[in-house]
Design a protein around this ligand. Structure first.
Ligand SMILES: Nc1ccn([C@@H]2O[C@H](COP(=O)(O)OP(=O)(O)OP(=O)(O)O)[C@@H](O)[C@H]2O)c(=O)n1
Ligand SMILES: C[C@](O)(CO)[C@H](O)COP(=O)(O)O
Length: 228
């Protein structure tokens, strides 16, 4: 199943504490966002990419797209105050009517195999997300005291890209906007409509670079690829 992609790069990278948008941090000589975009650029099933950026950084992203010969970035969309707003703007720039994969630019290690599995699952079920089983014990905390230990057997850590039939995710975002709901991922907006979201088993290496420690993990993942 072919798809369009929305890649999100309009955040500020505050938790990375790098003094700049973490999308420009170099990993193995290439900016984070370039590594992410290259995965989609090389996938023959990706029709086009909408890159969502802060308008103040657009020319910098445009220069990277040219310098690294990223062919499939067909449009830019304006980032919003929250991730959800950025996605909403990205949806307006899509041309297709089929499947859309919505991905964090901060996740450079997504594997093309998962792009295909997610696109196929979204075509079949309407919505699909990559996820991995939680490995730690998770506790609900109140005032830094444990309130409750959550049964781990049904807990999964959900990643991106999150894949959807365009009509479904567009409806979900419009409903959330109308009702003033703000979610931390796109699938939660579909869940609010009472629609199913399929879990596709993902990869623990599909990390979201969020805090400085994640750079260390990313460099180790890159080194392990060289060793392969
Ligand atoms: N208003 C926003 C917020 C986030 N993002 C993007 O959504 C992805 C996941 O967000 P996160 O990891 O939180 O990135 P930041 O918002 O940049 O990080 P922070 O919250 O630490 O500032 C990132 O690729 C980020 O660029 C976005 O496009 N628009
Ligand atoms: C969408 C996401 O990556 C799924 O795990 C996550 O919710 C993004 O959270 P963030 O705080 O916007 O990085």
């Amino acid at each position: 199943m072919n798809y369009e992609a929305i890649v999100l790069a309009a955040g500020q990278g505050k938790r990375m504490n790098a003094g700049m948008n973490k999308q420009f941090i170099e990993l193995g000589g290439e900016p984070l966002i370039v590594r992410t975009l290259k995965v989609f650029d090389r996938d023959e099933r990706c029709a086009r990419v909408v890159l969502v950026v802060n308008p103040a950084e657009r020319s910098r992203f445009e220069q990277l797209v040219v310098r690294f010969r990223i062919k499939k970035v067909a449009a830019f969309a304006e980032g919003g105050e929250e991730r959800q707003h950025s996605v909403y703007n990205g949806l307006q720039a899509l041309e297709g009517r089929g499947i859309v994969l919505i991905h964090d630019g901060a996740r450079p290690f997504i594997h093309v195999r998962h792009l295909h599995e997610l696109a196929d699952a979204a075509a079949r079920y309407g919505a699909a997300v990559p996820a991995v089983r939680v490995k730690d014990t998770i506790k609900k905390v109140d005032g830094l005291f444990v309130e409750q230990t959550i049964d781990r057997s049904s807990l999964w850590a959900v990643q991106t890209p999150q894949a959807f039939r365009l009509s479904l995710i567009a409806e979900a975002h419009e409903a959330a906007k109308r009702e003033g709901y703000l979610g931390t991922d796109d699938a939660s907006l579909v869940e609010r409509l009472g629609k199913p979201v399929k879990i596709v088993e993902g990869d623990y290496r599909n990390i979201k670079l969020t805090t400085p420690e994640d750079i260390l993990f990313a460099e180790a993942i890159l080194a392990s690829r060289v060793a392969e």
